[in-house]
Design a protein around this ligand. Structure first.
Ligand code: FAD
Length: 444
């Protein structure tokens, strides 16, 4: 029995390790088109800012360590086709410059996403980047040498993380966002505004409602970004305007995509084609609140889907429980988190939802360094069923409270269930009535 995995980052490597643990004898081979395998892309902004020493620090296991566990690793091997009938793959070996045919019994497509590259991101000008993987990070690092001005196109979470890290390097930073606020797809409007205010207070020039129209350059290097509101001078430009799932390989093999545009799978991560599984950022999932299929590409989701696929490919039985879109990020001192639905999302789905906003401090006001924390809690009006929460905390670790609500959403908990939670209390950690409990009390 031969398990073949396409893509060697979160989903692919989780699958490989679980399959190996489940069956020590099965043959497992991972094909990765890039040069890096088994690393945490989530740490890339922090290498650029200097909080993480270097890109090697992001690697969880080296190819040698992986091979030592009996998992075959082929770097710089791009899978270019799947013949599901024959149970074979065509693989382009980038070093040898030739294509070979490889057999499989079970196949996992864990090809992730690609950054959306509007026309300006495909320019030949040096200094214009996207940030998806370690080579992108290395290219940005090189461009930052001697740079004074950075322009970030896109005010999503990666753009906001980059803003902090570029400021940490002493760069002047302009953030261009087409929408009316930053973090547009993450939080409700009042919370988006809170983020922008802090980012601006930290010296980032945020220009919302601004459309990028082109680039300027000199001697092959970018010098600025043209917008509908004038020119922004820049030595480095990072375009971070979203991602799209890598599905071409799957589609060509007859694998069905869902309405989201990502690969459709069942709860065992099986696609509609026998023997072919999918996991990670390229794959859609069921949202546990709405029961709808969604595509929310995040690290834990990819790892968990990979584990499920690995067990099943090796002959076991595992199921994927679905997601809540629980997410958290840091920008400057802020921790920003969400789980479940925002009020705007609930409204768009036609749910009878209401929310409460509570602003408090993250721990007892009389204890040192108490910082503001803002919480929105959303629930179904008639049943009291929790739908979601959003948190903006001025001390970033405090936003981790989101996990309490995520755990309750998982159990279809109510506002009363949250209020009844016996949460930990001591003055350095929270108020005796923690902000989450206060929010639940007020939403009753
Ligand atoms: P990927 O990591 O995209 O890996 C897919 C791999 O497949 C790639 O290496 C690709 O080269 C390879 N591949 C594709 N096609 C082929 C082919 N045909 N043949 C061979 N190989 C192929 N998530 C969070 O939850 N929290 C965070 O804080 C967070 N921060 C992030 C910050 C940044 C800057 C980025 C870029 C991502 C961040 N993420 C975060 C998202 C997280 O990194 C992803 O969810 C996770 O990496 C997805 O893993 P994956 O294995 O599905 O896909």
């Amino acid at each position: 029995m031969r398990i073949v995995i396409v893509g060697g980052v979160a989903a692919g490597m989780s699958a490989a390790s679980r399959a190996r643990r489940f069956d020590p004898k099965v043959e497992i081979v991972v094909f990765e088109r890039g040069e890096w395998i088994s690393y945490g892309a989530c740490g890339l902004p922090y290498v650029l800012g200097g909080d993480v020493d270097n890109f090697d620090s992001l690697v969880a296991r080296t190819p040698e360590q992986i091979r030592g566990r009996g998992i075959g690793v082929r770097l710089r091997h791009e899978v270019t086709g799947i013949d599901a009938g024959a149970g074979t793959l065509t693989v382009f070996d980038r070093d040898a410059g030739r294509t070979v045919t490889e057999p499989y019994d079970r196949l996992l497509i864990a090809t992730g996403v690609s950054p959306i590259r509007p026309d300006l991101a495909t320019t030949d000008l040096r200094g214009v980047h996207v940030l998806k993987d370690i080579p992108d990070g290395q290219a940005i690092q090189a461009s930052l040498e001697g740079a004074k001005r950075a322009c970030i196109v896109g005010g999503g979470y990666i753009g906001l993380e980059l803003a902090e890290n570029f400021r940490a390097r002493g760069l002047s930073v302009v953030m261009l966002e087409k929408g009316p606020e930053v973090a547009g797809r993450i939080l409700d409007t009042p919370y988006q505004r809170r983020i922008r205010e802090v980012v601006e207070a930290n010296g980032v020039n945020v220009r919302c409602g601004t459309t990028v129209t082109g680039l300027t350059g000199k001697a092959g290097r970018v010098t600025g970004v043209q917008t509908d509101a004038g020119l922004v001078r820049a030595d480095v430009v990072v375009v971070s305007v979203g991602v799209k799932p890598n599905t071409a390989l799957a589609r060509a093999a007859g694998v069905r995509l869902g309405k989201t545009g990502a690969v459709a799978v069942n709860i065992r991560q099986e696609t509609n084609v026998a023997g072919i599984y999918a996991a990670g950022d390229n794959t859609e999932a069921t949202h546990r609140v709405t029961r709808r299929r969604v595509h929310i590409p995040l690290g834990l989701t990819a790892n968990r889907m990979g584990r499920v696929a690995g067990v099943n490919m090796a002959g076991g039985h595992a199921t994927f429980p679905g997601i809540l879109g629980t997410a958290i990020f840091k920008t400057f001192s802020l921790g920003v988190a969400r789980t479940g639905l925002t009020q705007a999302e609930a409204d768009a789905l036609g749910l009878d939802a209401h929310s409460v906003d509570v602003s408090s401090t993250d721990h007892a006001g009389y204890y040192a360094d108490a910082a503001p924390i803002h919480v929105r809690l959303t629930a179904e009006r008639t049943t009291g069923r929790l739908l979601g929460t959003q948190i903006v905390a001025h001390h970033h670790l405090s936003a981790k409270r989101v996990d309490v609500v995520a755990a309750l959403l998982q159990q279809r908990g109510t506002v009363q269930d949250l209020f009844d939670c016996d949460l930990a209390y001591a003055p350095p950690f929270s108020s005796v009535w923690d902000v989450m409990l206060v929010a639940a009390d007020r939403l009753h």
